[in-house]
Write a protein that binds this ligand. Sequence first.
Ligand SMILES: Cc1cc2nc3c(=O)[nH]c(=O)nc-3n(C[C@H](O)[C@H](O)[C@H](O)COP(=O)(O)OP(=O)(O)OC[C@H]3O[C@@H](n4cnc5c(N)ncnc54)[C@H](O)[C@@H]3O)c2cc1C
Length: 392
Amino acid sequence: MSHHIAIIGAGIGGLTSALALANAGHRITLIERSTGFSEVGAGLQLSPNASRILIALGLGPALQRAASDPTRVVIRSMKSGNRIGEIALRDHMQSTYQAPYWVIHRADLQTILLDAVRSRPNIQLLVGRTVTNATQDNTGVSVAITTAGGALENLQADMLIGADGVRSTIRKVIGDTRSPVYQGYIAWRTTIDSQLAPASLPRDETGLWLGTHGHVVHYPIKNGSLTNIVAIQRSKEPVEGWTAPGKLSDLLVSYGTIAPELKQLLSSQNDWLLWSLAYVTAQKMFQGRIALLGDAVHPVLPFLAQGAALAIEDAACIVQELAASPDNITQALASYHAKRIDRARKVQDNSKRNGKIYHAPALIAVPRNMVISRSGPTGMVKRYDWLYGYKG
Ligand SMILES: Cc1cc2nc3c(=O)[nH]c(=O)nc-3n(C[C@H](O)[C@H](O)[C@H](O)COP(=O)(O)OP(=O)(O)OC[C@H]3O[C@@H](n4cnc5c(N)ncnc54)[C@H](O)[C@@H]3O)c2cc1C
């Protein structure tokens, strides 16, 4: 049985769920408040638990062309530059989980998803429209929309998915009125021409630098021509607004002494965008005919690189549960909640804990570094079998 499903938000979660549900034969109306889709200065890691779902949706060849497949993560100390250990990626991920660990420019992933969405006759994409409210009864859902020009519209559907991000309107609609709480971290994001990166940092590796005041992650995107950099800064105060421009000197002052090659990497770019990292613990993933998905229900601190991956997993699960209970949407969404809530919380908790481990003070950093070094590249992956090996 096919349903008419309204999806609010065309981020990675909304686009993936639209595509997956359309492939399963449902009719989709995808509503997005912005009119432009490109996201400047940001990359995304797609671990095997997510890449396998995108490949199953038929996006493998396009992703393969656009993504990079780093050989390993090299972990170093921010202060000394000393190598602490490694995490095996390319060959090991593929042979262990039969799926790649890709890194990609977000705009590329969004374009690939959008192209696929636009090619499906059973998906209608409405942009420049903000959903302000939704109500439901036993027969369906009514969605209140305001257009960019201020006109009011109403849409009737059998079911609704709120994929509308961390400051979700739909989360409030289903009775969860909590606001996201700032977590004491600011993410600085940029991309640089890879030619500007220190020659000692190989272009086919991901770098992870650990320090007490924050950490830095960088990896190749755009076939290695660009390097994506995320620098996490511990800060009691969030930045004004949620995406603000940042001054490199402020970041460097807060980091204190850092290794020369890390300083060179960070100093090769002056334009940074800042995100204050905010969070609510996953609680209610559905009510009646309305489901939440992705950051709308379980925003994740980006210290395990799993926020988008979880949204992609959610999308696959909703499709499965609707197939299992085709005549009963509420039953399908109750099963979706039951299957997803513990995993979402586990990923949220582990991401949070990683922040503490990454930023450990010197006394704790010594045993931490020993564990990383002794585990070895494949041992470090084994610790996350539950994460990367997940198949729903
Ligand atoms: C620094 C950083 C690095 C990260 N790195 C990774 C990584 O490597 N790997 C990974 O998996 N995750 C990563 N993440 C997390 C990831 O970016 C998010 O979890 C993911 O993008 C969430 O996708 P989403 O579709 O749920 O929400 P969003 O991307 O927030 O999309 C929500 C969409 O809904 C729209 N919208 C909102 N409200 C309305 C409304 N009322 N009406 C209509 N439209 C609306 C918005 O305009 C937006 O397009 C990172 C996050 C950060 C901050």
